[in-house]
Design a protein around this ligand. Structure first.
Ligand SMILES: Cc1cc2nc3c(=O)[nH]c(=O)nc-3n(C[C@H](O)[C@H](O)[C@H](O)COP(=O)(O)O)c2cc1C
Length: 318
């Protein structure tokens, strides 16, 4: 008992100090999606806290929500290192992590023990050695276990680093997976930036068949060995958000992610149709102070646009 308390004290102190530096709140930034409350719309994207080990610290950087994972049914090591690279003079990363994670059982236990009221999502993938024919079972088992533990769950069918995963973006597979999702859970389908035409139309229609279902746009841009995030992804992901918003007449909640380095970038995604945004690469290049800067700038941009809250701005430039 004493040992546990001893271990918690430094974490609490650290989180308190961070909170002093990074705290910035404004009622204009508060929002709600699928009945989940967010103190602000700026979240941490999947892949940073893959194993739900940092949940006691991350909210202190000012994120409105955190997404952990990707979680797979069984623990796996991912691809051999090196597997994360900077790209020359661009503010971009290439990663070919391959879903390295501690596995569903361990991560679910960590999520159960978490304290605090900040919304946490769980990003779900399939194991590398799970054949396509039984991939739906991986997602179903993960969703059942994480139901009630995570505030929302993400069907990640868009990582470029698990062979064949992106083929799961087809209608029949998505429908099957969404049908197995616990009925009252909030689910987001995370898609790749290269989708277009019929595939996107079909994703919109399948997502609309299930209540409490949204889309995360987007995952990384696929290259030969890995995925590109950051600046080169900004426009493709914003364009896709705008397209999704228009095609669905604003009916599908969208989490916008890809190349956010400023309040302006976040605002562009919101006015294109995103209800919430996330970032990862921006945090690596700009440091954790970025979250506070984005929130401050968002408030100024909302005021300049004549809005009194985030919801009013969503999709106004779609
Ligand atoms: C190192 C790394 C690991 C990632 N792992 C995941 C993952 O496990 N699941 C997922 O859906 N996206 C993952 N992503 C993608 C991010 O969540 C995000 O969609 C993408 O990086 C675009 O946002 P950004 O430009 O702000 O980084 C990862 C990205 C990076 C850089």
């Amino acid at each position: 008992m004493l040992v546990t308390i001893g271990a918690r004290i430094p974490a609490l102190v650290a989180s308190g100090v961070l909170n002093k530096f990074y705290r910035y709140e404004d009622l204009m930034l508060e929002t709600e999606v699928f009945g989940i409350k967010f103190p602000n719309p700026v979240g941490l994207a999947a892949g940073f806290d893959k194993n739900a080990k940092l949940l006691h610290l991350l909210p202190a950087f000012g994120f409105g929500f955190i997404e952990v994972g990707a979680v797979t049914l069984r623990a796996q090591e991912g691809n051999p290192k090196p597997r994360l690279f900077h790209i020359g003079d661009k503010r971009a990363l290439v990663n070919r992590m391959g879903f390295n994670n501690d596995g569903l059982g361990v991560i679910a236990q960590r999520l159960k023990k978490r304290k605090g009221s900040r919304a946490v999502g769980a990003n779900i993938g399939k194991n590398k050695d799970t054949p396509t024919e039984s991939a739906a079972d991986d997602y179903a088992l993960c969703m059942q276990k994480l139901h009630g533990i995570a505030d929302y769950m993400v069907v990640n069918v868009s990582s470029p680093n698990t062979p064949g995963l992106r083929n799961l973006q087809q209608k029949a597979f998505l429908r099957k997976v969404l049908e197995t999702a616990p009925t009252d859970s909030a689910i987001f389908v995370k898609i790749s930036p290269e989708l277009s035409g019929t595939t996107l139309d079909e994703i919109i229609s399948v997502v609309q068949e299930r209540p409490r279902t949204g889309i995360i746009a987007t995952n990384t841009l696929k290259i030969e060995q890995g995925g590109v995030s950051g600046e080169p992804l900004r426009e493709p992901s914003t364009d896709l958000i705008r397209w999704l918003y228009k095609k669905s007449h604003g009916k599908i909640p969208i989490i916008g992610v890809g190349g956010i380095f400023s309040g302006k970038n976040a605002y562009e995604k919101i006015t294109a149709g995103a209800s919430l945004v996330q970032l990862y690469t921006g945090l690596i290049y700009e440091g954790p102070g970025l979250v506070k800067r984005i929130k401050k700038d968002l408030v100024q941009l909302l005021k300049a646009g004549g809005f009194t809250n985030i919801t009013q701005a969503i999709g106004t430039k779609a």
